[in-house]
Design a protein around this ligand. Structure first.
Ligand code: NAD
Length: 290
């Protein structure tokens, strides 16, 4: 029977540690870490994600600054807000909720965020730092994935890791983190030939394709660790809807450990956002004391 890695419990523990650090920062500097959350337009899923992030900030003692802008916002106005947040000493982290409405160039907006406040880790400076192994802020989902893996793997050296999906948000950065640990990493995608055969050689599978139940039992070798990043809402026969991951988890009894969906990677992503905000606050206070 595969071990179920409890992402909810791990996220709760991480948020408690973050709250402790927040208290310490307040005691040392008098200022709590602050996270600015920018939401442009009214995409319902984004509303839910932003609401969750703000609620979790509150739990950890992080101050959140919510900036809501209409879908008709001009890119220049968004740039002006980012400039203002970059200059605001009470704001240690800036998060622009994606996707942005059509007509706004997301890459240009993300490039404008100060790399020191880029708690999503999407700025080219942080991407470069990750790929050269020289620090920087690491994207939240990959950071959470590594913590989940760390709960069952001590030594990654020489392990075969297969990452399914090559997005900038998950696939590429998690591949860099696995490579940093000296795993042998294969990054796969929609054009990969004979993916089941590639996956079968893996000691670690990170499935981030957004393809419901793509990873079947016969794709997974006995004893492999499987991290399911996928989140897809599907409608059941009775009309009710539910969230499913990228793995047919019920076929993975022979795996060593798997993450559930929901309750695996998702909660860790938000907990890592809080941890990154605290890290950014530490960086800011170290540079102001230097
Ligand atoms: P994306 O759409 O940007 O990229 C998907 C990648 O998967 C692409 O590289 C594509 O080539 C590959 N792919 C798609 N279908 C495939 C298939 N059938 N076989 C092989 N490769 C395939 O996706 P993303 O933003 O990285 O997100 C991936 C999934 O992870 C989505 O379901 C998303 O909702 C979820 N996600 C979850 C969290 C979380 O916190 N749990 C965070 C980010 C993304």
């Amino acid at each position: 029977m595969a071990q179920i890695i409890d992402g909810k419990a791990m996220a709760r523990a991480l948020t408690e540690r973050t709250a402790d650090e927040v208290r310490q920062i307040v005691a040392e500097t008098g200022t709590p870490p602050g996270l600015a959350v920018v939401l442009v337009g009214n995409d319902p899923a984004s509303e839910v994600y932003v609401g969750r992030k703000i609620a979790q900030c509150r739990k950890a003692g992080i101050v959140s600054f919510e900036h809501r802008m209409p879908a008709t916002t001009a890119e220049g106005e968004l740039h002006a807000l980012i400039d203002q947040l970059n200059a605001d000493p009470a704001v240690h982290g800036i998060l622009v909720q994606l996707p942005l409405p059509a007509g706004i160039d997301a890459a240009r907006v993300l490039d404008r965020i100060s790399p020191l406040k880029d708690v999503d880790g999407f700025h080219p400076v942080n991407v470069g730092r990750l790929s050269t192994g020289t620090g920087g802020l690491v994207p939240c989902t990959p950071l959470g994935i590594m913590m989940l893996l760390d709960s069952v793997i001590d030594d990654y050296r020489g392990l075969n890791a297969v990452v399914i999906g090559k997005s900038n948000i998950v696939g590429k950065p998690v591949s860099m983190l696995l490579l940093e640990r000296e795993a042998t990493v294969t990054v796969t995608h929609i054009e990969t030939r004979d993916l089941p055969d590639v996956a079968r050689k893996a000691d670690i599978i990170v499935a981030a394709a957004g393809a419901p139940q793509l990873v079947r039992g016969y794709w997974v070798k006995p004893g492999a660790v499987v991290i399911d990043v996928g989140i897809t809402r599907v409608t059941d026969h009775d009309g009710s809807s539910k969230i499913v991951g990228d793995c047919a988890t019920h076929e993975l009894e022979h795996a060593r450990a798997v993450t559930p969906v929901p309750g695996g990677v998702g909660p860790m992503t938000i907990a890592c956002l809080l941890a990154n905000t605290v890290r950014a606050a530490r960086i800011a206070s170290a540079s102001s004391n230097a």
